[in-house]
Design a protein around this ligand. Structure first.
Ligand code: SF4
Length: 362
C-alpha cells in the first residue's frame, strides 16, 4: 500500500535521525543468525545496558549453536542468573538443541520457520528475519507501540486485538521495505532513546512538527492500555537449614516461577509469619519431621516484583542437629562453599548479598 504523506514523513525522518543517532552495540551489523537470535532473546523484556554483558558472556561460553545445545542445563541457567524471565533461558536451550539436532545447526531463514521456534514471538521473528536475512518484516514491541501511538495519535488500547491489528498494519505500512534491518533498528533506537516513556526529548525531535501527541499535549496518555496488570502477593518463608559446613538447597522442579533454579525448602503462606506460627505450620512440620533443630535468626523481608506477582521472602536460618530425613526428592545437601555453582532467583541472591557471606552462611 502506498504511504500517506505523514507516513512518508515519518519513515524519512526516522532514517535521517538514525544516521546520527545509531547506538553502537555489539550485535549491530551482525549477520550470523545464531548471534542475532541470542541477542534478541536476551533483550526481550530487558534493557540494553542490562542485557549487554549477558550477550558477551553467552557468546564467549557458547560460540556456536552446537556449544549451547551441548551445554548442561545448570550451566545455561547459571549464566542467565540475574536476568529474570527464566523461561527465556529454558526456551533458548531447547531451541539450540532443536537447531543443532533437527536442522543440522542451520538457522531457519524464512519468517514463518523462525516464528515456529520455541521462545520466538512475532517481534523477535521480525527482528531476526530482517537483521539476518533482510526480509521485510516490521518489528512491533512496546517501543514501537509508544512511538506510533504518539506520532499518529492512536488511542486504541495496545493490549486489545483491535489495537494489535491496527499497530501491526501501520508498522508494516511504514517499513522501509528495501532496508528493513536499518529501519527496524532505527525505530527500536528511536523508542529507546528519543521517544522514551517518561520525558521524551520533544524539544529536538524530528517528528515534532507532525507529532499528534506533541501538538495535542497527549504525551502522558499515549499509548493507552485497557487494563492494568494486577499483581498477586506471595509470601515465602525460606528454611535455610545448616548442618556443619553444609546447607540444604531445593531444585525448583514444579510448574511455577523460577523453574530449574535453586532456592531453599519453602513454606508458602498468605502473610508473613512469626516464629511460633511458622513452626506450627503443617508444611514446616512436614519438612522438619522429627529432626531436632534450633532457629537461629530470621532475615528482614526481601521483595521481588515479577510481571504478575509480588514476592516477599523471609529467610529463616535454622541449625539442624542431625540429618534432615525427608521424602522430598528436590532437596539436597551441599557444602556451603559450593553454592556459587547454582543459579538462584534474584531474591535469594539479594539475601546472600545482604549477608555478604557466600562461604559462611551462619
Ligand atoms: S515529538 Fe515527542 S512525543 Fe512526538 S515523537 Fe518526538 S519525542 Fe515522541
Amino acid at each position: 500500500m502506498k504511504k500517506s504523506t505523514k507516513q512518508q514523513f515519518f519513515t524519512k525522518n526516522l532514517l535521517v535521525w538514525f544516521e546520527t543517532n545509531d547506538r553502537p552495540l555489539p550485535w549491530k551489523g551482525e549477520k550470523n543468525p545464531y548471534y542475532i537470535w541470542l541477542s534478541e532473546i536476551i533483550l526481550q523484556q530487558t534493557r540494553v545496558e542490562q542485557g549487554l554483558p549477558y550477550f558477551e558472556k553467552f557468546k564467549a561460553a557458547f560460540p556456536t549453536v552446537f556449544d549451547l545445545a551441548n551445554a548442561p542445563s545448570d550451566k545455561v541457567m547459571k549464566l542467565w542468573e540475574g536476568l529474570g524471565y527464566y523461561s527465556r533461558a529454558r526456551n533458548l536451550h531447547f531451541t539450540a538443541k532443536f537447531i543443532a539436532e533437527e536442522l543440522n545447526g542451520v538457522f531457519p531463514d524464512t519468517h514463518n520457520a523462525i516464528l515456529g521456534l520455541k521462545g520466538v514471538g512475532p517481534y523477535t521473528a521480525a527482528a531476526i528475519a530482517s537483521f539476518a536475512f533482510g526480509l521485510p518484516h516490521a518489528v512491533v514491541d512496546g517501543n514501537v507501540f509508544r512511538v506510533l501511538s504518539r506520532v499518529f495519535g492512536i488511542k486504541t488500547p495496545i493490549d486489545t486485538t483491535q489495537g494489535k491489528k491496527e499497530f501491526n498494519q501501520l508498522a508494516a505500512d511504514l517499513l522501509a521495505k528495501k532496508i528493513p534491518a536499518i529501519y527496524n533498528q532505527a525505530i527500536m533506537d528511536f523508542g529507546a532513546t528519543q521517544c522514551t516513556p517518561a520525558n521524551p526529548n520533544c524539544a529536538i525531535c524530528p517528528m515534532q512538527k507532525k507529532c499528534t501527541a506533541f501538538g495535542d499535549k497527549l504525551i502522558d496518555i499515549l499509548p493507552v492500555k485497557s487494563k492494568k496488570i494486577k499483581k498477586r502477593d506471595r509470601f515465602f518463608n525460606y528454611l535455610v537449614f545448616k548442618r556443619a559446613d553444609t546447607i540444604i538447597l531445593n531444585k525448583r522442579s514444579q510448574k511455577d516461577i523460577w523453574l530449574n533454579l535453586y532456592d531453599f525448602p519453602l513454606v508458602e503462606t498468605t502473610a508473613l509469619l512469626d516464629e511460633p506460627a511458622l513452626t506450627k505450620h503443617n508444611d514446616f512440620q512436614q519438612i522438619i519431621g522429627t529432626t531436632t533443630y534450633s532457629i537461629r535468626k530470621a532475615s528482614k523481608p526481601f521483595k521481588q516484583l515479577l510481571t504478575h506477582q509480588k514476592i516477599v521472602a523471609v529467610f529463616w536460618e535454622i541449625e539442624l542437629k542431625a540429618e534432615l530425613l525427608t521424602n522430598e526428592s528436590d532437596f539436597f545437601e551441599v557444602k556451603q562453599k559450593n553454592i556459587n555453582n547454582f543459579a538462584f532467583p534474584k531474591i535469594v541472591d539479594l539475601y546472600f548479598k545482604d549477608k555478604s557471606l557466600y562461604l559462611e552462611l551462619f
